[in-house]
Write a protein that binds this ligand. Structure first.
Ligand code: CUA
Length: 255
């Protein structure tokens, strides 16, 4: 056998192999309804998590993966629904796996990934991050709750403020929201909801009432007085006096 013949054989075998793989992919999509993720680089990455109801059997969820949570959390949809999932991230690379299904997407900054899934059985699907994305990675999870169709009422997901308060914008820009929620949900650090006036136990054994002075110190010297149950993980943000004022003013409004 000459080299040329061998090469020809290799080309034919690889072409047949590639073609059969393509055929299998087509079969998987059409016969078994397996969704292949698609990269959508030409639309603006979503800035906030959202649940959109297209019809009682068709939903669309925009998941925003951030350090270290998924937005929106705890989405509820009725059994027997088709769900279009769009995933984006504003910070680092994350992953999204919907346990119990074959849905598996990457969250890559600047890219919106998409996949469709059909959920027929009422049960809680756990949604977890499968890319190591920092200290909170192991806690980055939420639920997609599939409930019985009878008695299902769509839950309203609170939209982010339309014209964000300058204090809120600062919290976002300085990445405070990566660890502190403003809606009461659990994070790496304590939630900021209702923080002003809260009775707070500290790691030094003291119990204090959160006032303006405490908030200021907690922002500019985060390691001074740490709330009980939390670790000294917070990094100091570079802020002007005016910015600290704006943050404190905003924190006071989070009832
Ligand atoms: Cu996000 Cu791991």
């Amino acid at each position: 056998m000459t080299v040329l013949q061998l090469e020809r054989r290799i080309i034919w075998v690889s072409a047949a192999f590639a073609l059969s793989l393509f055929g299998l992919a087509v079969l998987a999509v059409n016969l078994f309804n397996v969704g292949l993720p698609t990269c959508l680089t030409d639309i603006k990455p979503f800035q906030k998590g959202e649940l959109i109801t297209h019809s009682p059997t068709h939903y669309e969820i925009h998941y925003v993966a951030r350090m270290w949570r998924f937005e929106p959390p705890d989405v509820e949809i009725p059994a027997g629904s088709v769900v279009d999932i769009y995933l984006s991230t504003p910070d680092v690379t994350h992953g999204l796996i919907l346990l119990g299904t074959n849905l598996n997407l990457m969250a890559v900054p600047g890219v919106v990934n998409y996949a469709r899934v059909r959920l027929d059985q009422p049960r809680d699907y756990q949604l977890i991050c499968h890319e190591f994305c920092g200290t909170g990675h192991d806690r980055m999870a939420t639920n997609l709750r599939v409930v019985n169709r009878t008695g299902f009422t769509p839950k309203q997901i609170a939209p982010s403020p339309q014209l964000p308060d300058p204090g809120y914008q600062l919290l976002e820009a300085k990445e405070c929201l990566a660890c502190h929620s403003v809606d009461g949900s659990q994070g790496i650090g304590p939630t900021l909801k209702g923080i002003f006036g809260r009775t707070q136990k500290l790691t030094n054994g003291q119990t204090i009432t959160v006032d303006e002075a405490y908030l200021r110190e907690a922002i500019v010297k985060p390691d001074a007085q740490i709330p009980e149950g939390y670790e000294d993980l917070m990094t100091k943000a570079e802020l002007t006096d005016q910015e600290v004022d704006q943050m404190v003013d905003y924190l006071k409004t989070l009832k």
